[in-house]
Design a protein around this ligand. Structure first.
Ligand code: MN
Length: 129
């Protein structure tokens, strides 16, 4: 058993090369070894979002604060509420972030999932819903 206590973990600012706007990331790396699992708590300021990206394994996102805005490439922008779970398949090109009206925090569970980053989500793409 491993325990990651939020009160003792450091958070770090998101990388502006892979996020638009401000977010803070708390890493819970190596939560499991087989399959290798990293967990991230990501707190987005209003309007902040990831760039377009893919993962090599599944990614599970659970919203724990606010409204999550997300999109799969080729689909429309969607919103998820606190408690909702978004299950992203390996190779699905997508982005996720806060709504424009308030902050959003999600927990991301990445299972054998390396991430490939692509271009930023433009304001026009972000606003489509
Ligand atoms: Mn993702």
């Amino acid at each position: 058993m491993k325990v990651f206590s939020l009160s003792t973990l450091e958070s770090e600012p998101s990388d502006p090369k892979t996020f638009v706007g401000q977010a803070r990331l708390t890493r819970m790396n190596d939560a499991a070894d087989r399959p290798h699992t990293n967990v991230y708590r990501v707190a987005f300021e209003p309007g902040a979002r990831t760039h377009w990206h893919t993962h090599t394994g599944p990614q599970l996102l659970q919203v724990i604060e606010g409204t999550c805005r997300y999109q799969k490439d080729g689909g429309t922008v969607q919103e998820a509420d606190v408690g909702d779970l978004i299950a992203i398949e390996p190779g699905e090109r997508h982005w996720h972030g806060a709504g424009s009206d308030g902050p959003m925090t999600h927990v991301a569970i990445n299972i054998d999932a390396r991430t490939s980053w692509f271009e930023a989500v433009t304001d026009v793409q972000y606003a489509q819903s």
